[in-house]
Design a protein around this ligand. Structure first.
Ligand code: SAM
Length: 439
């Protein structure tokens, strides 16, 4: 029902604004709080939350054209969320006036007519007006920010980094989502003919055991296979990072920053569940997620160590070290638009510092001749090539080596053995992989 979907979306957006939590946690909390379980309502609410987040600054701009500043200042999170949803439906989704009128009617029930009353006039203007163009007299960076829906500082950063034409292409690509990928989980293969039987013919094979999933139909079959662990929904770059690390049976692997565990189970699959994986994760809640994932995917050789990877509490001699540190998520803005509004220049600086420290600390556990893989879902060179360059300068016993498979494009700054993925080129998350060998 429209009313339930709207109530969940408004509540979830309000939690996100109020507590700064991600959309998944906010939707879960809102649906539990309102006791709404219908899959179609939750799907609709999810879409509204994601799309209003994707276009957030542009929607706010539209709202500001019709709602007096004073009213916006005093508006509750619920009202602000409703205004954004209406602006999305009106100006981005081009819904007819009749649909908007119905939503306004429903919002009188969900938000309460008393709270809504001071805004009724502005809402009537919002649902019936034609938008002014923001192109006119808006300064350059602000205009690009509104056009591509990214924070102004990030727009500037990308233009400086990639040059204007490429930066605009990258920024614009974040306005629509990217493909979904899955790998067949070989740890569950003995039980499984189901992927081949149920889904194989409708999927596009990327490399052995890796598929781009089509959007239409088969969603139920796919969800069933994912929940039984027979397939793992994982983005392309992340899968390729696991393949590039390529641990063999019997080896010792250090898996740094491990949760939710997609790479852990992939490493175990390549090892045939034979050898040892030490997985490091700092977060207690994400550690629980990792444990569930290991059960689901049938991984039996990984041990979780809950610790800060900048100060490793263990000393091991690993054959392979995989470092997947926290990052800006700038490669994931198309899939997860809420994260672009959480990133700040200060946060980015902290991340870069942690990435260098984690890489250095992890590398000290690697055997001579061993493989070190560093990867992020960021497109920013400061989190990628620059971290690797600094590391190589400090640790001359390491050299970059060729990667297999190589499905992306070469790294920047002449690091052609590194591999990058971009949403606009590869229809997957932006991703970076460096593979190094210790002499
Ligand atoms: C990019 S995610 C890892 C994804 C994971 N490797 C996978 O493929 O499923 C980064 C993880 O690092 C964890 N993390 C952040 N800072 C950390 C630290 N200092 N030490 C250990 N883990 C950390 C986060 O909690 C998060 O789970």
């Amino acid at each position: 029902m429209l009313r339930d979907a709207l109530a969940v979306a408004v509540e979830a957006l309000s939690w996100m604004a109020y507590e700064g939590i991600g959309e998944r946690a906010a939707l879960l909390r809102a649906s539990q709080q309102l006791n709404i379980t219908s899959p179609s309502d939750l799907r609709e609410a999810h879409k509204w939350v994601m799309e209003t987040s994707r276009f957030q600054n542009r929607l706010d701009w539209f709202v500001m054209q019709v709602v007096p500043e004073e009213l916006i200042k005093n508006a509750s999170h619920g009202i602000r969320s409703l205004l954004r949803i209406l602006a999305y439906l009106r100006f981005i989704d081009s819904k007819p006036a009749s649909v908007l009128q119905r939503i306004v009617g429903v919002s009188r029930q969900t938000i309460g007519w008393r709270e809504l009353r001071p805004y009724e006039e502005s809402i009537a203007r919002l649902v019936s007006s034609n938008p002014n163009s923001y192109v006119g007299h808006t300064p350059e960076f602000e205009r690009v920010s509104l056009e591509t829906c990214h924070p102004i500082w990030y727009v500037k950063r990308l233009i400086v980094t990639f040059g204007r034409p490429l930066a605009l292409t990258i920024l614009k690509r974040d306005l629509s989502t990217v493909a979904t990928f899955a790998r067949v989980n070989e740890l569950k293969r003995e039980n499984q003919t189901s992927f081949d039987e149920q889904l194989h013919s409708s999927q596009v094979k990327v490399v052995e055991n890796v598929y781009a999933l089509d959007k239409g139909g088969r969603a139920d079959a796919r969800a069933k296979l994912a929940s039984s662990g027979e397939i793992v929904i994982q983005d392309l770059g992340s899968i390729v990072a696991g393949l590039v690390a390529a641990p063999g049976p019997g080896q010792v692997v250090l898996d740094v920053c491990a949760s939710p565990g997609n790479k852990t189970s992939h490493l175990a699959a390549q090892m045939g569940n034979d050898g040892e994986i030490y997985s490091l994760e700092i977060s207690a809640s994400r550690s629980l997620q990792w444990k569930r994932e290991m059960i689901r995917t049938g991984c039996r050789i990984a041990t979780l160590i809950m610790a800060d990877a900048t100060k490793l509490p263990i000393r091991i001699q690993a054959d392979v070290v995989l470092v997947d540190p926290p990052c800006s998520n700038s490669g994931v803005f198309a899939r997860d638009p809420t994260s672009k509004w959480r990133l700040t220049p200060t946060r980015l600086k902290e991340l870069v510092r942690a990435q260098g420290e984690i890489l250095q600390e992890a590398s000290e556990q690697l055997n001579e001749g061993g493989t070190l893989v560093y990867c992020t879902c960021s497109i920013l060179p400061e989190e990628n090539e620059l971290v690797v360059e600094t590391f190589l300068k400090k640790n001359p016993e390491y050299t970059l080596t060729q990667q297999r498979p190589f499905l992306g494009c070469p790294g920047l700054r002449g690091l052609s053995d590194c591999q990058r993925f971009f949403p606009h080129l590869h229809n997957c998350n932006g991703y970076f992989i460096a593979k190094m060998r210790k002499q």
